[in-house]
Each structure stands twice: as structure tokens, then as C-alpha cells.
Design a protein around this ligand. Structure first.
Ligand SMILES: [Ca+2]
Ligand SMILES: [Ca+2]
Length: 92
């Protein structure tokens, strides 16, 4: 269990039911968007990346997988390279 991821998940999960709806995910991203500068399209793409089983909601398992993928993608693409450094993800 990654406590840092759990903390971020909690920030996204406004109503505390341990599942992120599409709305919670998108508005969660918006909270950090001043750093990330994601377009609407990128946000939807992230949502689709995160939602592995395609049920339009994101549970913690899916969420932490997404964060792992972002970690991995950091070096390859550089697109989310600033995510961790700018405080979106806590230091591990
Ligand atoms: Ca929720
Ligand atoms: Ca899902």
C-alpha cells in the first residue's frame, strides 16, 4: 500500500466512497491543473487510461496503477515529467 497514492486518492474522492467518478477524477485533476496544464482531451485520455475495466469509475487500484504508469512514463515522454517535482506526487 502506497500511502502517498492513498492520500492523493483521498483528495480526488470528494464524497469519500472510495471510488472516483468521472467527475471526481476530472475535477481532481483540475485542482492540480495549474501545474499540469492538461487539456480537456488529455484529462479524458488519462481517465480512459486509468479506468482499466471501463466502468466509468476509478477505484484505488486503478488509480495507483495510473500513478505508477505516470512514474514510468516520466522518463520516456517527459509529458508528465514535472508532475512529481511540482508536488502533484509526494516524494517516496
Ligand atoms: Ca467518490
Ligand atoms: Ca474502473
Amino acid at each position: 500500500m502506497n500511502e502517498g497514492y492513498l492520500r492523493i486518492f483521498g483528495e480526488f474522492d470528494v464524497n469519500g466512497d472510495n471510488v472516483l467518478t468521472r467527475e471526481e477524477f476530472i475535477s481532481g485533476l483540475d485542482k492540480f491543473n495549474k501545474h499540469l496544464q492538461l487539456t480537456e482531451r488529455q484529462k479524458i485520455k488519462l481517465m480512459e487510461m486509468a479506468d482499466k475495466d471501463g466502468n466509468n469509475s476509478i477505484d484505488f487500484q486503478e488509480f495507483s496503477k495510473l500513478l505508477n504508469e505516470i512514474d514510468v512514463a516520466e522518463e520516456e515522454e517527459g509529458g508528465f515529467g514535472g508532475v512529481k517535482r511540482q508536488g502533484f506526487l509526494p516524494g517516496t
